[in-house]
Design a protein around this ligand. Sequence first.
Ligand SMILES: [Zn+2]
Length: 211
Amino acid sequence: MVISIGVTQMRFGYFIRGKHKLKNKSVLLTFDDGPHPEYTPKILEILETESCKAIFFIIGSKAEKNPELIQAIVDAGHIIGNHTMTHPPLFALSRHSKVNAEIEKANQTIRALTGQKPVFFRPPIGYTNPIIAKSIKELKLTVIGWTLRSYDSVFRDPVKLTSRLIKRVKPGQIILLHDNLEVTQSCLAAFITEAKKKGITFVQSKENIPL
Ligand SMILES: [Zn+2]
């Protein structure tokens, strides 16, 4: 209940004016909750084969444990976004100092590993509130939501997930996926191939991410 209210509020920009719509018709893939030692490299391989560029909203503590994956994401021309340091389940109920620390520590980790300060932020479970909005403003980050939720954390069958995504994908969408899930890497290649057959184009250069 709490989660669905938060997501709804975020979608309508009730608390944060997140940028959710792309200015052109390409589809942008976004991957949350990584990096994952097994699945992130497989996803990078698929994106390379299909010439797609994505945003990876990484968790700082996982990035610290897998610095080579962060480097691989950057080297492949994708964007690293901030998804907090530890992805606390009660992030949206945290006080301002804790929210700031979670976001800032992840910023510092990304900066130390890539030499770049992240620009984009996605709150855990998409839940936002005035405290998070304040931190985002202070830390000069832009919130990126999504327009198509894959539900890859719910649909564990890659065939079902693939057909669900193919049915729903439309030009200009931002798709929420997770690079820490086996099902996501299992369905990604088939989804992209089938979507292209439907006439869908994907973002091909990070400079062209039209946000
Ligand atoms: Zn997450």
